[in-house]
Design a binder for this molecule. Sequence first.
Ligand code: PGA
Length: 237
Amino acid sequence: MQLIRVSSYEELSRKAADIISAQVILKPGCVLGLATGSTPIGTYRQLIERFRRGDLDFSRVTAFNLDEYLGISPEHPQSYHAFMQEQLFRHINICPRRCHVPEGCAEDPRAFARAYDQAIAEHGGIDLQLLGIGNNGHIAFNEPGDAFIKETHVVSLKKSTIEANKRFFTSIDQVPTQAITMGVGSIMQAKKVLLLAEGPVKKDALEKALYGPICPQMPASILQLHPDLTVICHVDG
Ligand code: PGA
């Protein structure tokens, strides 16, 4: 593992964008695993700037996002589809048909989940997976539980996650209670993983994830077993 401690959110975002840019430059047809949440917004801004300057070309990149709320349409302003369009996709030259985000309104979410994993596998897996970490140690919506789940799956969100995400909705009862998420299989099979942790609120989860026991009660702890993990953190205020 490579742990990079930085002294500002700006620096975290620049360094994360450096690593993603290097991936896109070295392999223009790469597969990126992308994340939503507050943490990667600065990274995406950096990537957009670099694209506008002519330093990055996303025309051959394929993206697979980690997760989506269940029961929410892609047009819903708080959907992760909308987030990705707003924060990244519509500002760069990535091909829309190469932008994959799990379907929150699939008629058969379980069949969709199987097809999602198959699509990732058909693309040769993920070259670089970007991740945030939840206050409770989740990665994507792999919530603390009794077992690690490998495949893309439907999950009930923990109270702590609903609580953390209510800031994006008008009230807590508007927050969906279920989601569809990539499992730890595709994440662990990614060739490189880039984990970002921003803010003192993440300090405890990050420490447990990186140095505590590897257990499904702390889903991010499985990353200790990844052969190419880079962590960029700004958790000391
Ligand atoms: P955040 O979420 O970036 O909004 O803190 C991270 C996560 O829940 O994975």
